[in-house]
Design a protein around this ligand. Structure first.
Ligand SMILES: [Zn+2]
Length: 618
């Protein structure tokens, strides 16, 4: 059953190529990654690839699962050398694709030696004290063979004394070298390794749970590893709540891989049996640790079911050269972005208040904070991801990756409609058990289409789901889709009381008053098109250096917004544009405005029902 549909997908088009390459798939490829120079930000790879004489095409992974785009870091592949029997073999890069290398294997040669270096970009995945290794960065693979049909024998050599964690099954260990059991390329690429000088592994398996769960933490300091007993309990709750929500698991065991550093990129990447998550060094020591863990780790964990096990057919490709179609990202990421916070609240990582404040922040950001809604429908944010997802600045007008946040609101609305249309007999939990359920056969892929989603929902609660999704996905209304919040018995109101949120989303600051998002150094990270500040001439990337005649601080800007309320006095900002000063006069007199959810006494509080703990173990 494994990857059955995936195999049939490419069968017709690739049958000849597969026949020619099948010998390559029979013997394992060996890959040894020497990470002992991690501190110099250089990894060395040595591959031994079984080959036959004649033309050979080798590929560097291009379309990376979970990243939804052709962003394999090919520019960091350096020092590339091919050799066989001690003789150098010349290579050529493909004229149309920089990820593709062509060679001619001489007669009599059965094994190809490949050596290259991978440069760890500054601020990506390596620090003086830790490394997060994603195998797609350090492998080449023969063209035209399914990733699941290629077997790799992987070894990792670590700096002395560094410990490690991974979901990869281990064959043997010898001092700082670990050999992993032979594994298919798709599973190798799906199984990163975290390693570091300061390392700690904590068992997160709930009592009575047969499948092992752990968190493997590497940090830039020993202190940073100190996860509080409360957070540990809440993470165990998260595992228990996930079991209750989905009713099953689709992995052998599960590893949360967490890197804590101020010198790595902060994001999470989902895998079937693990996730690669990164947060600032002192996250676990901060009062908002639960908010940070719940915001990132719960999302990546949900992906094991939604994204890895159930995966849109258009995002399921047989190897990394084939482009993905991203039109269902509002389901892949959007449903995950709904379920992650819901589980964070059910497990106690988030309080109900934090859950509601987060929702208010999302809804406000997609309403008054997103004039780009008027030209770009939700569906296009998903479809455009491979080319547009990484664009920075002007997010209110570009929209960027709104399929996450708007997907959250969309699926909350789905949850309330399932409840309403089934007369309270069915819930989003029933949907998850139906859609993501089935026996645990380890990591599997079961692809789906839009029609499959609609069919599953209809079976639970008959409704015109296709029309509902179509309307939401193609809307160019300026208003955020807040039907789920309202059906749940709450509404959004603005007040001068700041949001209590800390952690992942931060404080939206002055977005809903003058219309600016400003970093602590005064750089405008976004200026809402049409807002008072935008109309006064301010836009993204300008730097505010003065507020009403004084040197800029965030506090002075907040004071200025408050004191201009109900007066005729404008707010005067001195900004730097390129290397010119400009004085901008903002006529805004409504004071500070922050979004909050308030109860609608006319309706029952279903929103709160949805985030109540469901698992019996806590
Ligand atoms: Zn995600």
């Amino acid at each position: 059953m494994k990857l059955y549909r995936l195999r049939s997908l490419i069968f017709l088009s690739s049958v000849l190529a597969l026949a020619a390459s099948v010998a390559l798939a029979e013997e394992a490829i060996s890959v040894t990654v020497d990470a002992t120079k991690t501190r110099q930000k250089l990894l060395h790879t040595h591959l031994v690839i079984p080959v036959k004489p004649g033309p050979l095409t080798l590929l560097y992974p291009k379309w990376i699962p979970g990243e939804h785009g052709p962003d394999g870091p090919i520019a960091n592949l350096t020092g590339l050398k091919f050799a066989a029997d001690g003789q150098t073999i010349p290579w050529q890069r493909d004229l149309l694709d920089v990820f593709t290398f062509h060679l001619e294997i001489p007669s009599g040669v059965s094994h190809l030696d490949v050596n290259f270096d991978y440069i760890e970009p500054d601020g990506a995945s390596a620090t003086d004290k830790l490394l997060v290794l994603e195998w797609n960065e350090v492998v080449l693979y023969p063209a035209d063979v399914l990733a699941e049909k290629l077997t790799y024998e992987a070894k990792l050599v670590r700096p002395d004394g560094w410990k490690f964690g991974t979901a990869l099954p281990i064959e043997s260990e010898d001092r700082n070298q670990v050999s992993f059991k032979p594994i298919s390329l798709d599973m190798l690429v799906d199984s990163p390794v975290i390693t570091g000088e300061f390392y700690r592994s904590i068992d997160l398996t709930p009592p009575g749970e047969p499948v092992h769960h752990e968190i493997d933490i590497a940090a830039d300091s020993a202190d940073a590893l100190n996860m509080s007993p409360e957070n540990q309990k809440e993470m165990v709750n998260l595992v228990a709540e996930s079991g209750k929500l989905f009713g099953t698991r689709h992995y052998r065991d599960y590893h949360f891989l967490l890197a804590l550093s101020d010198h790595v990129a902060h994001f999470g990447l989902e895998h079937h049996e693990s996730n690669n998550s990164r947060l600032p060094e002192r996250t676990l020591l901060s009062p908002s640790s639960g908010m940070s863990l719940g915001g990132l780790l719960a999302h990546e964990f949900v992906h094991s079911w939604n994204g890895k096990f159930r995966r849109p057919a258009n995002l399921t490709v047989p190897y990394y050269q084939q482009p993905m179609k991203t039109d269902l990202l509002w389901s892949y990421e959007g449903l995950t972005d709904y379920l992650g916070p819901m589980l964070a609240a059910r497990s106690g990582l988030w309080t109900p208040d934090q859950y509601r404040e987060s929702l208010a922040s999302v809804a406000a950001m997609l309403g008054p904070g997103r004039p780009g809604r008027t030209w770009r429908p939700l569906l296009d944010t998903a479809v455009g991801e491979p080319g547009l997802g990484f664009a920075r600045g002007w997010l209110n007008w570009r929209r960027g990756t709104d399929y996450y946040d708007e997907g959250n609101l969309l699926w909350l609305e789905v949850a309330t409609i399932v409840h309403r249309e089934s007369g309270g007999r069915k819930s989003i939990d029933d949907f998850c058990q139906e859609f993501h359920g089935g026996p645990n056969h380890g990591p599997q892929v079961k692809t789906y289409t839009f029609d499959d989603l609609v069919k599953t929902l209809n079976a639970l609660a008959p409704f015109d789901w296709a029309r509902f999704f179509h309307t939401r996905l193609t809307s160019t209304s300026a208003e955020a889709p807040v039907g789920g919040i309202e059906n749940g018995g709450w509404k959004i109101e603005f007040s001068d009381k700041p949001l209590k949120l800390e952690g992942r989303r931060g404080n939206p600051g002055d977005v809903y008053s003058i219309g600016l998002q400003v970093a602590s150094d005064g750089v405008v990270t976004d200026a809402i098109v049409g807002s008072p500040a935008f109309e006064a001439g301010i836009s993204s990337q300008m730097k505010i250096v003065g507020v009403n005649g004084r040197v800029y601080t965030q506090e002075l800007l907040s004071d200025a917004i408050r004191s201009a309320k109900d007066t005729a006095q404008p707010i005067t900002l001195l900004v730097v544009v390129d290397d010119f000063f400009r004085t901008c006069t903002i006529n805004y007199h409504d004071g500070a405005r922050y979004p909050h959810l308030v109860r609608d006494g006319e309706r029952p509080d279903y929103l709160n029902e949805l985030i109540k703990p469901q698992a019996v173990s806590h």
